[in-house]
Design a protein around this ligand. Structure first.
Ligand code: UDP
Length: 335
């Protein structure tokens, strides 16, 4: 069955019931694409998938299912978000990460090639860099992951590079920095059970869902001693996927690896100050030792995505990101 919109084909979003995937589904639908979602609902939520999308419950490693979706829904491009994302867990259970993120991606990429899919966008990560020698970090700097999560994603980037050289498919690996916030219209947000990410934790504390926020390390080589990260609004990130898709379609002989960040960092204390500023309250802070494997600072050089696509940050203000995260945390029943 061909795509039912004015677009030339439909898009398959893996992990479309998850945090970033559900925002990408909204962005695609809002832009007029027909969207199919495949998600095994292990960490995602069925209700996170907009009703305009076709939903298929199942696993990306189920090649027969993926083949049926590609043929049946008229899929011409895949946005691949499905995977495991908890860094400390990847240290405890590396084989889970090499299965979910690497082996299952291999199967999906094979299904894409066999099904004649022409474009592939992959959720990669700043964790592929490990501890960068220089900040801001550029895509051509060494990739030396310091945990299985980063390595499991880097291995998939390597597969895509080789596959794009051998088959009629091009790809874009987007290396996400710290993703936060929620849909400005309140249609989606982060519902992940047991989330550990700073902004999610901090807004939860501000709403009394937890007693305090632990600050993991105050002796980093940063202006205030706490870790510095490049927080990117999830809707800006979703928008980056739309532009990456347009770029892949317009230039089918080119593939890309691009950082997704704003090129500026905020410390843990600056994030907590932002939360306090917005709520008028005071989040209780507890100093704790460093978390294993945390770099001092991780900030993107985003000049490549700015030069390659028309994408521009629209929601880069930290207070805006925190405000949207807070609004979602207030209204969402599911956390
Ligand atoms: N962080 C913290 N307390 C928390 C969660 C995170 O101090 O409860 C710090 C963490 O050490 C890092 C930054 O906040 O410097 C961002 O961490 P997060 O887990 O959100 O993302 P990561 O950068 O590890 O992917």
């Amino acid at each position: 069955m061909p795509s039912d919109s004015a677009r030339p084909f439909a898009i398959l979003v893996t992990g479309g019931a998850g945090y970033i995937g559900s925002h990408a589904v909204l962005a695609l639908l809002d832009a007029g694409w027909s969207v199919s979602v495949i998600d095994n609902l292990v960490t995602g939520f069925r209700q996170a998938v907009d009703s305009r999308a076709r939903f298929h419950e199942g696993d990306i490693a189920d090649a027969a299912l993926v083949a049926r979706i590609i043929a049946g829904d008229g899929i011409g491009a895949i946005l691949h978000f499905a995977g495991s994302v908890v860094v400390p867990e990847s240290v405890e259970k590396p084989l889970k990460y090499y299965r979910n993120n690497t082996a299952n991606s291999r199967s999906l990429i094979e299904s894409a090639v066999e099904g004649g899919v022409r474009h592939f966008i992959f959720s990669s990560t700043a964790a592929t860099y490990g501890i960068p020698a220089e900040i801001p970090v550029r895509e051509d700097m060494p990739t030396v992951p310091i945990n299985p999560y980063g390595m499991s994603k880097l291995m998939t980037e390597a597969m895509l590079k080789d596959v794009a050289a051998a088959h009629p498919i091009n790809y874009c690996a987007l290396r996400y920095f710290n993703v936060a916030g929620a849909d400005p219209d309140g249609r989606a947000g982060q519902s992940t059970a047991g989330a550990t990410h700073l902004i999610k934790v901090a807004v939860g504390a501000a709403l009394g869902k937890r007693a305090e926020v632990a600050i993991f390390g105050t002796d980093y080589a940063t202006p205030d001693g706490t870790g510095v990260r490049d927080y990117i609004h999830v809707s800006d990130l979703a928008d980056a996927h739309l532009h990456a898709l347009d770029t892949l379609i317009a230039r089918p002989d080119e593939s890309h690896v691009m950082n997704c960040g704003y090129g500026r960092g905020f410390s843990v204390l600056e994030v907590l100050d932002s939360v306090d500023r917005i709520t008028g309250g005071t989040v209780v802070r507890r100093m704790e030792p460093r978390r294993a494997g945390d770099p001092d600072a991780l900030v993107a050089d985003n000049s490549r995505i700015l030069a390659t696509t028309p994408w521009r940050p629209r929601l880069a203000d930290l207070d805006t990101i925190v405000n949207h995260a807070l609004a979602w945390e207030r209204t969402s029943a599911k956390r």
